[in-house]
Design a protein around this ligand. Structure first.
Ligand code: GLN
Length: 485
């Protein structure tokens, strides 16, 4: 049962085949058994999960048939959860108990989903391998000597290893899609503004967006139905009607125009990932789609522009961690300045400090025009590239990552790590929706296909992803890990 999608579990709950309490208990048992090795969860909420499951069973018995009612999920530890520790993967917040729920968390509670716990992540969502977490790295269930990707690696590993039915994540430059690719699951970043950021700890506010990590595109649609919408508490959330993202999943792809960016099939892409994506494109042609090359001429500037914009915004956002208002404070400070300095030196890890330094430098008076303003101009060029490309095609498809999951400890140079997001980062800079779905297995490891849509084209890319999953079964492949149960 635990390997099923949320949509399948929902049916099993409706038919009475299983109760939410039983289901929740099965996941909790699995977490107890396997989390020590995977390190996917930072906090497990056993008691409250069972209480929520019981309430969900009662609601179902009284005729409530909400699709996610009673389905156990995990939240990335970047979302504030009322009364539950919310660490953001950092020593700075290791003991922070949030006094309220993020809107995303509230929306899932209102839909009746059961919160199993909070998942591990790169510190403040800065990273691509989960190795920057204060709570230690997460292991990839396909091969525990490898990383699960990051920064939503705990969520991705938990879904892949069936420690939960579905999970939330956030994506600033690739943090939902790349771990989804590495762990062989579906990961969806909606358009900027589609989902409220309220209560989601800020990294780079003009790029951060929450989204689902799931076992299928259909589940991603069900989750997006719950997550999306205007929120008065987030002025960047959009006042645009929320579609029923499940309604168009079965639309025909006959005549679909797929663009493949030549820049994504160039040097750096491994042969096995390229082969997987090319095979997937043939599958789409069988379904009536046409494939043409598109040009994203400024794509090569995206990582550089991102590493000015994101650290600049992060340096401002992280200034609030001063030892006074939240979380960690150093021991026995001699005066206020010593307290600030030592709190921040001891509370933040190296990668976070690096970003704060870079961001503060880029924003400083004499350098603002040279770096920040220039990066914003490049951001506009990148956006224009997509606008141009989407005149010719309906969706853009390529690899999510140039390779499959790498070994823990393999990438020690920050720039090599930054290049992990070479295919995903431009999508955040342009504010577009993107989804990664499993499209093959190479040397025993899953590889991900990236589908990018137009502004607020979430329904279309979910449809394109779902149709692929109706005709292939890469998304049903499982790691050997934990199969003895
Ligand atoms: N890997 C990128 C970074 O380290 C993106 C992270 C994210 O999307 N949160 O900033």
């Amino acid at each position: 049962m635990i390997e099923k999608t949320a949509a399948e579990l929902s049916q099993a709950l409706s038919s009475g085949e299983i109760s939410s309490v039983e289901l929740t208990q099965s996941y909790l048992d699995r977490i107890n058994k396997y989390n020590e090795e995977l390190n996917a969860f930072i906090t497990v909420c056993e008691e409250s999960a069972l209480a929520q499951a019981k309430a969900a069973d009662e609601k179902r018995a009284n005729g409530d048939a909400s699709p996610l009612l009673g389905i156990p999920l995990a939240h990335k530890d970047i979302f504030c959860t009322n009364g539950v520790t919310t660490t953001c993967g950092s020593r700075m917040l290791h003991n922070f108990v949030a006094p309220y729920d993020a809107t995303v968390v509230e929306n899932f509670s209102a839909a009746g989903a059961v919160m199993l716990g909070k998942t591990n992540m790169d510190e403040f969502a800065m990273g691509s391998s989960n190795e920057t977490s204060f709570f230690g790295p997460v292991k990839n269930p396909w091969d525990t000597t490898r990383v699960p990707g990051g920064s939503s690696g705990g969520s991705a590993a938990a879904v892949a290893a069936d420690l939960c039915a579905m999970a939330t994540g956030t994506d600033t430059g690739g943090s939902i899609r790349q771990p989804a690719a590495f762990c062989g699951i579906t990961g969806f970043k909606p358009s900027y503004g589609r989902v409220s950021r309220w209560g989601m700890i800020a990294f780079a506010s003009s790029l951060d967006q929450a989204g689902p990590l799931s076992k299928s595109a259909e589940d991603a649609a069900l989750m997006t139905n719950v997550m999306a919408g205007l929120d008065k508490k987030d002025s960047t959330s959009i006042d645009k009607a929320v579609e029923d993202y499940t309604a168009t999943l079965n639309d025909s792809l006959d005549g679909l125009r797929i663009g493949i960016p030549k820049q994504h099939f160039a040097e750096g892409l491994t042969a096995e990932v390229e082969q997987g994506i090319r095979d997937a494109l043939s599958e789409y042609e069988k379904l009536g789609a046409t494939v043409t090359e598109v040009d994203l001429p400024n794509n090569h500037l995206s990582v550089s522009a991102y590493y000015v914009v994101a650290p600049a915004e992060a340096s401002a956002n992280l200034s609030r961690y001063d030892g006074v208002r939240y979380g960690y404070r150093c021991e026995n400070p001699v005066d206020l300045e010593d307290m600030y300095k030592r709190t921040r030196s001891e509370g933040f890890g190296d990668e976070v400090k690096r970003r704060i330094l870079v961001g503060t430098y880029a924003l400083s008076a004499g350098y603002y025009d040279a770096y920040y303003r220039k990066a914003q101009k490049i951001r506009r060029l990148i956006k224009n590239d997509f606008v141009e490309a989407f005149r010719e095609v309906d969706v853009i498809i390529g690899p999510t990552s140039p390779h499959t999951a790498f070994e823990l400890g393999a990438k020690t140079d920050p720039v090599t790590m930054y290049l992990e997001d070479i295919y995903t980062i431009a999508v955040n800079l342009a504010g577009l929706p993107g989804i990664s779905i499993p499209a093959g297995i190479a040397n025993g490891l899953p590889l991900g296909m990236h589908i990018v849509g137009k502004d607020f084209g979430e329904a279309k890319i979910l449809n394109v992803a779902h149709q692929f999953q109706q005709h292939t079964d890469w998304h049903k492949q499982k790691p050997n890990f934990g199969q003895e149960d």
